[in-house]
Design a protein around this ligand. Structure first.
Ligand SMILES: Nc1ncnc2c1ncn2[C@@H]1O[C@H](COP(=O)(O)OP(=O)(O)O)[C@@H](O)[C@H]1O
Ligand SMILES: [Mg+2]
Length: 425
């Protein structure tokens, strides 16, 4: 089949990378893609979703996969479906799970899914009243999409009230802050669990752990994610079962009953408190950088799974993972990330002579472009992810860092402690 991948980051590169090795896949298009995805397929520079759907039709694209949340929240799936195209991702209605934290929290409450106690409001007074019933720290969230910056963990009640004020006034996040969620703080450890869904049925993928903070020991500002590893030993069968029974099943059932059956990846942000899973949030797409590790762990065809999910036929998909295999991804970011943009810098990748490394690692390119001479440039943000595979997390981690040592660009930086939670004694 021919596949169109919407997006331009490391996540989309990694999906393309997996599909490029998939015997079910012939041609891959990326819209818009980046300076490295053109090695895996063809970059298509069409921004308008109607035009893109026409392109898919004209070129006989069999399956479109949407990487990032913005096109989903904007309704790209509805546009493609109206034209009779097969597309993997939730409709605009279902994508509100990520587009609006108020919508998401209200769904969780309605469907009886465990989550932090909260209120949603557009009134400062109401927020203040609730804040006074909580003990610190207190969590304040802007309703809309804020590129991962819309959550404040306030250390005092005053700070929480100020955060609400900043959001409701439009000062902090514009329209995205017109409503807020105020909730209790959950103290535990975080996991990312992904369920591929076809509206009714689902497949749970191995759980991942991301590293949001810029610096080692989870210090410094939040980022889009500095590295991840899969699967994490912080989940056991009992916890998976709880997540299926208390989170995934009631959510899919509830959404279906409410007329928005969920197709696509349901990304469940979980806080485990005393062995019990609580939903922090839903996202409606693969995590980035979790996707970069997940994509190389499939034994079975990724294209087949995505196609069957998109066509409501997931129960006939055989989804298998490589046995006894772990993946660790280390993000190499540019100098000024996440504060400001950085000067473009040439990327040099050494020839990898070590067979072990060559066969058990890859680079997922994200913030890269090509100059006129075809040189690969780091163009800022998260530039690429070095992914290592191995029969233990330690082995996978060592390979990821070995690969990271063979990639060079001015200002390159990374965390040195990815997967530490799985490796400490
Ligand atoms: N109720 C909570 N208790 C403790 N930490 C929280 C809570 N809600 C969010 N967080 C922290 O804030 C981060 C961002 O919140 P999240 O709801 O995932 O929003 P987003 O990813 O849209 O910024 C989470 O990954 C988690 O570390
Ligand atoms: Mg999150």
């Amino acid at each position: 089949m021919d596949v169109l991948i919407i997006g331009s980051g490391g996540r989309e590169y990694s999906i393309g990378y997996a599909l490029s090795k998939d015997e079910n896949v012939d041609k891959i298009y990326f819209a818009p893609g980046n300076g490295a995805t053109d090695e895996l397929g063809e970059n298509v520079n069409i921004k308008d979703y109607n035009e893109l759907a026409e392109f898919a039709k004209d070129n006989g694209v069999d399956l479109t996969v949407v990487g990032p949340e913005a096109p989903l929240v904007d309704g790209v799936v509805d546009i493609f479906k109206e034209k009779g195209l097969t597309i993997f991702g939730p409709t605009q209605a279902a994508a509100q799970l990520e587009g609006s934290k108020v919508f998401m929290k209200n769904c969780l409450k309605k469907y009886g899914v465990p989550t932090a106690r909260y209120i949603e409001t557009d009134s400062l007074e109401e927020a203040e009243e609730f804040i006074n019933t909580l003990s610190e720290p207190i969590v304040v969230k802007a309703d809309g999409l804020c590129a991962g910056k819309g959550v404040i963990i306030a250390q005092s009640k005053q700070e929480a009230v100020d955060a609400v004020k900043g959001m409701l006034s439009g000062e902090s996040f514009g329209d995205a802050g017109a409503k807020v969620v105020v909730e209790e703080y959950l103290d535990g450890y975080e996991l990312s669990i992904f369920a591929v869904c076809d509206g009714k049925d689902y497949v749970v993928l191995p759980a991942a752990q991301d590293h949001k903070r810029l610096m080692d020991n989870d210090e410094g500002p939040n980022t889009g994610g500095m590295g991840a590893y899969v699967p994490t030993p912080l989940v056991n069968d009992e916890l998976y079962q709880k997540v299926e029974d208390r989170v995934i099943k009631p959510t899919l059932k509830g959404l279906e009953a409410d007329g928005m059956p969920y197709t696509g990846v349901l990304f469940i942000g979980i806080m485990v408190v005393n062995g019990e899973p609580y939903v922090l949030e839903y996202n409606v797409r693969f995590g980035d950088p979790e996707c970069e590790e997940l994509m190389v762990l499939f034994e079975s065809s990724v294209a087949d799974m995505l196609y069957k999910a998109a066509t409501g036929n997931l129960k006939n998909a055989e989804v298998k993972f490589k046995e006894n295999t772990y993946a660790v991804g280390v993000v190499l970011a540019s100098k000024n990330y996440p504060y400001s943009s950085s000067e473009p810098a040439e990327i040099i990748v050494d020839e990898i002579v070590h067979e072990d490394l060559k066969n058990n690692s890859y680079i997922a390119y994200a913030g890269v472009s090509k100059d006129e001479d075809g040189k690969l440039l780091a163009t800022g943000g998260r530039v690429l992810v070095c992914v290592g595979l191995g029969n233990s997390i330690r082995e996978a981690r060592d390979r990821a860092y070995m690969l990271a040592g063979q990639v060079h660009f001015a200002g390159k930086k990374c965390r040195m402690d990815i997967a530490y939670q799985a490796l400490r004694d």
